[in-house]
Design a protein around this ligand. Structure first.
Ligand SMILES: Nc1nc2c(ncn2[C@@H]2O[C@H](COP(=O)(O)OP(=O)(O)O)[C@@H](O)[C@H]2O)c(=O)[nH]1
Ligand SMILES: [Mg+2]
Length: 470
């Protein structure tokens, strides 16, 4: 460990000890991380979860809600003054207003504090007064989480792996062309550096669009206020030792700066403070994109789970200081695209991916679970006759043209291996089934008093994530 790190770490220990001491006099708090790649459904999930914790009529599977133990839920100022606040009111207005629409996409970290007043029920009910539990929800991009893998890789290794992956991907054509015209040993030319980095970012973006998850560095996709700065102006290069002032040397230096100035601070300041975590995965989107995207999602889930296993990673062990995340939920989102007769199959796929990830990461520690959920149900269910057979469909209004449509995304297999095995073997396409995807628009709601927006299994998700503390 270098001296700077030690000093930093000592300062942090003191600071954390301080907050633990003061914390003893304050009310108990759960820090819940919500992550997932961009468009996985984080904003919708958080908005609907909070709305449904404030109005609990649809939360039957959250025990404390069903038993009436939650007396009140209200928003309070968040504890961290320098984090943007999760814009709950705007997102809720978008989803539940008279002309409902999906919220604008958000591209950085944000936080919201929901406080729950809980009155114990049963035998002790009369003996104890109500207590308050603060739920601090932290929304952060999954792209940032995947950057953890960079910490233990130097520029040469990251370059090698990245270039190997993009070799056969059509999305990388322009970048490969730009790279073939670049000489890593030549003197750094800033416009050329920017062009390379822009071409590489273009590749990452296209790969993400097409369902790939292995898109590091994560800030290239979601730069926030770092856009255009040197820490984001590099790209992978072919191997070789290069002299001072060369393109190769400078990119290696910027890569290290990215790890030091961008990746580590995020993990230290935000990630290491979480108690519970939900990872949202657009599994249906990946299945629609094809076997390679599913294989990539499988690997990404393993990498993500690896980030919750401090023991194996020096840097993580340092920042966690023996604490660890207690519960991790992997949830397939947008389950309202499927008739409920297929939900168990989607959950089985998530469970298979999760147990694979656990096996590979040799994971022990946090309690984990897999679920299929929808933050906001945008469809209704129906059964139609198609080619003389009954077919379970969902109905909704298509986002693109406002038409009403019945939709069947394809039959998910009973056995997840029927998807995961061809994915692992690198099959170019699914053999027996085509999987479609459609985007539905949120529907106008008429909520009864006490009701939050309609969802699928948010109550189960909440029970798993915080039920034990209510
Ligand atoms: N049908 C349906 N679509 C959803 C749901 N949640 C998210 N989406 C879709 O996914 C998009 C991205 O969701 P968002 O929450 O903004 O993702 P984020 O980037 O992870 O915060 C939305 O604009 C919707 O089109 C859901 O529960 N049901
Ligand atoms: Mg968002």
């Amino acid at each position: 460990m270098i001296i700077g790190d030690i000093a930093d770490e000592v300062a942090r220990r003191v600071e954390r000890a301080g907050s633990a001491v003061s914390g003893a006099f304050l009310e108990p708090t759960i820090r819940l991380g919500v992550t997932g790649l961009s468009r996985a459904g984080k904003t919708v999930f958080i908005t609907s979860l909070v709305a449904n914790l404030m109005n609990r009529a649809r939360m039957g599977q959250l025990r404390a809600a069903a038993q009436g133990a939650i007396r009140a839920a209200y928003l309070q100022p968040q504890p961290d003054d320098t984090l943007p606040r999760f814009d709950y009111e705007t997102h809720l207005a978008a989803l539940t207003g008279p002309a409902p629409h999906w919220p604008d996409s958000t591209r950085a970290i944000s936080e919201l504090r929901l406080s729950l007043k809980v009155q114990p029920t049963g035998l002790v009910a009369g003996l104890r007064g109500p207590r308050t539990l603060h739920l601090d929800i932290v929304d952060y991009p999954g792209e940032w989480l995947l950057d953890l893998g960079l910490i233990e890789k130097d520029f040469a290794q990251w370059s090698r792996e990245t270039l190997e992956r993009l070799e056969n991907r059509p999305q990388a054509e322009a970048f490969r062309a730009a790279l073939s015209g670049a000489d890593p040993a030549a003197k750094l030319d800033e416009p050329q550096a920017q062009a390379l980095s822009a071409a590489f970012t273009g590749y990452l973006r296209a790969a993400r669009e097409d369902g790939y998850s292995d898109c590091t560095p994560g800030r290239f996709l979601l730069p926030g206020d770092l856009a255009g700065s040197p820490v984001l102006t590099f790209a992978p290069l072919p191997p070789g030792e290069h002299g001072r002032g060369s393109l190769g040397r400078e990119f290696a230096r910027r890569y290290e700066a990215y790890k030091r100035e961008v990746v580590k601070p995020f993990f230290r300041d935000h990630f290491a403070r979480l108690d519970r975590q939900v990872v949202l995965v657009d599994a249906l989107g990946a299945i629609h994109a094809g076997p390679q995207a599913v294989e990539d999602m499988r690997r990404a889930m393993g990498d993500i789970l690896g980030a919750f296993r401090p023991g194996q990673n020096n840097f993580l062990s340092q920042i966690f200081l023996g604490r660890r995340i207690e519960r991790i939920l992997f949830a397939a989102t947008k389950a309202d695209h499927l008739h409920h007769s297929q939900h168990a199959k989607l959950t089985a796929i998530m469970e298979a991916l999760l147990s694979d990830a656990k096996r590979r990461a040799d994971y022990a520690g946090a309690t984990t679970a897999a679920l299929s959920i929808a933050g906001l149900r945008a469809t209704t269910e129906d059964t139609v006759t198609h080619d003389g057979r009954a077919l379970d469909v969902v109905r909704g209004v298509l986002l693109e043209d406002g038409r009403r449509a019945a939709f069947h995304p394809g039959h998910l297999p009973e056995d997840p291996a029927h998807l995961l095995t061809p994915a692992r073997q690198g099959a170019p396409a699914w053999l027996d089934e085509d999987y479609a995807i459609m985007r539905f628009a949120p529907q106008p709601l008429s909520l009864k008093p006490g009701e939050g927006p309609p969802h699928i299994r948010l109550d189960r998700a909440a029970e798993f994530l915080i039920g034990d503390r209510l």
